[in-house]
Design a protein around this ligand. Structure first.
Ligand SMILES: *[C@@H]1O[C@H](CO)[C@@H](O)[C@H](O)[C@H]1NC(C)=O
Ligand SMILES: *[C@@H]1O[C@H](CO)[C@@H](O)[C@H](O)[C@H]1NC(C)=O
Ligand SMILES: *[C@@H]1O[C@H](CO)[C@@H](O)[C@H](O)[C@H]1NC(C)=O
Ligand SMILES: *[C@@H]1O[C@H](CO)[C@@H](O)[C@H](O)[C@H]1NC(C)=O
Ligand SMILES: *[C@@H]1O[C@H](CO)[C@@H](O)[C@H](O)[C@H]1NC(C)=O
Ligand SMILES: *[C@@H]1O[C@H](CO)[C@@H](O)[C@H](O)[C@H]1NC(C)=O
Ligand SMILES: *[C@@H]1O[C@H](CO)[C@@H](O)[C@H](O)[C@H]1NC(C)=O
Length: 430
């Protein structure tokens, strides 16, 4: 009896979930138009949808009908593909130019009319002619049908992460020139996250994507590789990701530090904001296992816990751990631009549970170079109150050469007095 009731209840829920009464019609206007934008110190006109880069997100629920009026205001004849949507019996709305449709001519409109049936998750849309998808792309977010929960814990909030490529030159011109010479098309000049290259590129402080997250929550990231030619790794410093969906199909969840997406692929991950409140890099960089040159530059965005103002004048604690497969040896580590306090050293592996209790926080030595003991560790602390890019490296030249080096990027403070001075006029270029 109880079983029967439960069954009926579930049946009713399922029925309601799929009832056509709940299916909505989602309408969008896509005006394909030119917009001037600037990235990595270069301004150029690009083709966009509604002047946005990336373009607008299309939101729908499973079962909805979506109607998108694409009006072409640019010099190129073009079409848009709804990548991953199955378009049951409806190839008319699929979009690849000269395959299922003639391109939409300059000044004309075409109504893409389709149902979202049996799919939910993250997909995306992009221009499907020439190389226009370099700038004409955006996310498609398909929520589960009304009343249907995710098969994983309901995330607190979600964010789209669209990986892309940026060229300083006009992409169509550059590709045409290369074709005429019989040469491969030029590599991109930067990778982007939501159209932004991030702080490792010049002129990009304003063009940095930031997620402001609350501590102790679970976030859903909808990651899309919209790059043209590059397979990209993606990861978040200090955080694991739990993959829950790929290409708008739920998957058996698994936890990983990094994921790889080929152009066209999408991956949904859950991220727990359970680390110490701080700013963490999210980064993407390419995978390449063939002897082909690739734009190997890393794009970064920032996962910032709320209540963490910025990285200027915060206290940094760094534990340098010596380790080696063959031989261990000691390393004199030098930090440019700062003195630091050596609060602890030890042999063997640093124990984050026990060793901090032994730190000398009373009268630690202050210096600019610390000897990391052979097979041991050294813990240093400094206040990041000197904005700029500061090199840190092993002062044994042979080790620097082999790559025992890194740099800190310390952001400007609130006022010009707390910001990096302008570069000198005779600053050499390379
Ligand atoms: C883009 O900038 C160029 C040069 O400054 C200007 O001639 C053009 O009108 C601008 N285009 C748009 C769409 O704003
Ligand atoms: C599509 O947009 C164009 C330009 O705004 C407009 O003239 C046309 O009527 C629209 N088509 C539909 C079916 O709404
Ligand atoms: C757009 O298509 C029309 C009709 O086929 C053609 O006459 C025109 O040259 C095309 N424009 C471009 C820029 O290719
Ligand atoms: C979408 O679904 C509606 C309602 O079932 C149906 O009338 C319409 O023909 C479908 N459209 C397409 C393009 O399949
Ligand atoms: C990430 O997952 C690994 C393997 O499950 C685990 O050892 C590690 O502690 C996790 N790290 C974080 C930051 O949760
Ligand atoms: C990145 O690519 C450039 C140019 O192709 C090459 O000189 C450089 O060694 C590459 N760097 C890495 C880390 O692969
Ligand atoms: C940095 O923070 C410390 C501690 O809050 C404060 O004493 C100091 O004045 C700050 N320095 C700058 C340059 O803001």
């Amino acid at each position: 009896m109880k079983m029967g009731f439960l069954f009926l209840f579930c049946y009713l829920l399922a029925f309601l979930g799929y009832s056509p009464v709940d299916a909505a019609v989602k309408k969008y206007q896509f005006d394909v138009q030119v917009k001037n934008i600037s990235r990595i110190c270069n301004a150029k006109p690009i083709v966009t949808v509604n002047g946005m880069f990336p373009g607008p997100t299309v939101y729908a629920r499973e079962g909805d009908r979506v109607i998108i009026n694409v009006t072409n205001h640019v010099q190129y004849n073009m079409s848009i593909h709804w990548h991953g949507l199955k378009q049951y019996r409806n190839g008319w709305a699929d979009g690849p130019a000269y395959i299922t449709q003639c391109p939409i001519q300059t000044g004309q409109s075409y109504l893409y009319d389709f149902n979202v049936t049996g799919q939910r998750g993250t997909l995306w849309w992009h221009a499907h002619i020439l190389w226009l998808r370099a700038t004409v792309y955006g996310a498609i977010v398909i929520l589960p049908a009304p009343g249907k929960p995710y098969p994983f814990p309901q995330p607190y909030q979600e964010s789209n992460i669209i990986l892309g490529e940026w060229w300083n030159k006009d992409v169509e011109t550059a590709v045409n020139q290369a074709n005429q010479l019989g040469a491969p098309p030029p590599m991109s000049d930067a990778h982007t996250i939501n159209g932004k290259p991030g702080p490792l590129f010049p002129c990009s402080e304003k063009h940095t994507f930031v997620i402001e997250a609350e501590a102790g929550k679970t976030y859903l990231l909808r990651i899309i590789n919209a790059a043209l030619n590059d397979e990209l790794f993606f990861g978040i410093a200090g955080h694991n990701m739990t993959v829950v969906e790929i290409d708008a199909v739920y998957t058996k969840p698994f936890t990983t530090k990094a994921i790889l997406l080929g152009p066209g692929q999408t991956t949904n991950v859950l991220v727990k904001t359970d680390r110490s409140p701080n700013r963490y890099f999210m980064a993407a960089s390419p995978f390449m296992d063939a002897p082909v040159s690739v734009d190997n530059k890393t794009v970064t965005a920032i996962l910032q816990y709320k209540g963490v103002p910025n990285t200027f004048n915060t206290t940094i604690e760094l534990v340098l751990q010596d380790t080696n497969l063959l031989t261990v040896e000691s390393h004199p580590f030098h930090l440019h631009g700062y003195n630091f306090f050596v609060v602890g050293t030890g042999v063997g592996n640093f124990d984050p549970k026990k060793d901090p209790a032994k730190f000398n926080l009373v009268d630690p030595p202050e210096r600019n170079t610390v000897g990391v003991p052979t097979g041991g560790w050294a813990a240093i602390r400094f206040r990041a109150d000197n904005p700029g890019v500061w090199f840190m490296h092993c002062h044994l030249e042979v080790h620097t050469m082999w790559g025992l080096k890194m740099a800190f990027v310390v952001e400007n403070g609130e006022t010009p007095e707390l910001s990096v001075l302008p570069p000198p006029k005779d600053y050499p270029s390379c």
